[in-house]
Write a protein that binds this ligand. Structure first.
Ligand SMILES: *Cc1c(COP(=O)(O)O)cnc(C)c1O
Length: 385
């Protein structure tokens, strides 16, 4: 058994990021400034969109996207129940109502058949989450959304490198939202990005992210001299800082290299777990590109004499960090109390919630780390089957 604890989602940070942060600290320009602008420019050329706005988190990106679509009280937004709380909470922050939708067992992505059942006159938008990095069925979703006059906001928190039939995810809906939280594929500590090709959305998002001050208010203290601004909305404090962008501008060019390393680890896991009573992730659809963000092992609990939670404890005892992505939203007390959801409402998401365990998949893992994870999983499963 390994001696030290292997942290789940350990970020791969290198010297250029460290130097760039130090440079920001020495320059005195800590807040939103030239490095944020550079990171936005780099991100929009990476994605091939007209606009990119850096913000403080993906949650902020999702919230501002809702507001740009004028989502408000009484409006319904379809959200998968198999996601992180931020996806649904952003709807609630805007005043709208998150309407939960089941996922497919195999892909863990939002189920289009269940979407059809949940659409009403009040449905304004849908938020597909490209789960674990696997692109959702965007052609079918786009067709459905056009038919019903529903807008699409893509939650790409897991999927910065993913592509759907040759198109980069985040560029297919009205807006795409990204996360640079510490465990994600690009890391700025906290941080997020909205991309779009629609100018009116960008103007709204930029203004609302900076207290509702008229655009480019951040330049008011620059060497161009003090500029007056107008507060045109009661906005939010959602801007990204230069200290964060300092990390992003060096992380982004390494995104491909890290993806290749995670794919290697992914393939090694698939091979190692093929004969155990577990379900490994479905192979990627041949026309798509998976971003390999989360390796979700599904325990075949009917063939095991431990529960998923006992498995988590055992992994921790073996010094391997693990995660759960996720206990479906409708199993959380808040959504039950406020929206009346109960266990039984979404069978596929519940099936996953009871069995899923994410194991380390950082580009930082050494080959020895990967073998330690495999040894721990294999030992625990064999002892309990
Ligand atoms: C991490 C995550 C978010 C939120 O990202 P933050 O940057 O932490 O706000 C939203 N959606 C999904 C699916 C996530 O995994």
């Amino acid at each position: 058994m390994r001696k030290d604890f292997l942290i789940f989602g350990n970020p791969a940070i290198e010297q250029p990021e460290i130097d760039e942060v130090v440079d920001s600290l020495k320059s005195g320009w800590l807040g939103t400034g030239p490095k944020v602008q550079r990171f936005e420019d780099m991100f929009k050329s990476f994605k091939g969109t007209q606009y990119a706005v850096a913000v403080s988190s993906c949650t902020a990106a999702l919230h501002l996207s809702m507001l740009a679509l004028c989502i408000g009280p009484g409006d319904e937004v379809l959200v998968p129940t198999m996601t992180f709380a931020a996806t649904a909470n952003a709807v609630i922050h805007s005043g709208g109502i998150p309407v939960l939708v089941d996922c497919k067992r195999e892909t863990m992505n939002i189920d289009l058949e269940d979407i059809k059942r949940k659409i009403t006159r009040r449905t304004k938008a849908v938020v597909p989450v490209h789960f674990a990095g696997r692109p959702c069925e965007m052609d079918e979703l786009t067709e459905l959304s056009k038919k019903h006059g529903i807008k699409i906001i893509e939650d790409c928190a897991h999927a910065v490198e993913a592509e759907y039939k040759g198109r980069k995810v985040g560029t297919i809906g009205e807006m795409g939202c990204f996360s640079f939280y510490v465990t994600k594929n690009i890391v700025t500590g906290e941080g997020g990005m909205v991309i779009t090709n629609e100018k009116s959305y960008v103007n709204q998002i930029k203004t609302l992210a900076q207290h509702g001050m008229s655009r480019d208010a951040w330049k008011r203290f620059s060497d161009e001299g003090y500029k007056h601004y107008q507060v045109v909305y009661s906005g939010y404090k959602y801007n990204m800082m230069d200290i964060q962008a300092a990390l992003g501008i060096h992380q982004l060019p390494r995104v491909e290299k890290n993806w290749i390393r995670r794919k290697e680890i992914w393939d090694r896991y698939n091979e190692a777990f093929a004969h155990l009573p577990v379900f490994t992730p479905l192979p990627t659809e041949s026309e798509n590109r998976h971003s390999f963000h989360l390796y979700t092992l599904l325990l075949d609990i009917e063939k095991l004499n431990i529960t998923r939670d006992q498995f988590l404890e055992e992994m921790t005892r073996h010094n391997i960090g693990v995660g759960v992505h996720y206990i479906a939203l409708h199993l959380n007390s808040f959504y039950q109390k406020n929206f009346g959801y109960r266990r039984g409402d979404f069978p596929n998401a519940e099936w996953i919630s009871d069995r899923t365990c994410s194991i380390p998949l950082s580009a930082k893992l050494t080959d020895d780390d990967v073998e330690d994870v495999i040894d721990a999983v294999t030992e625990i499963i064999k002892e309990n089957s």
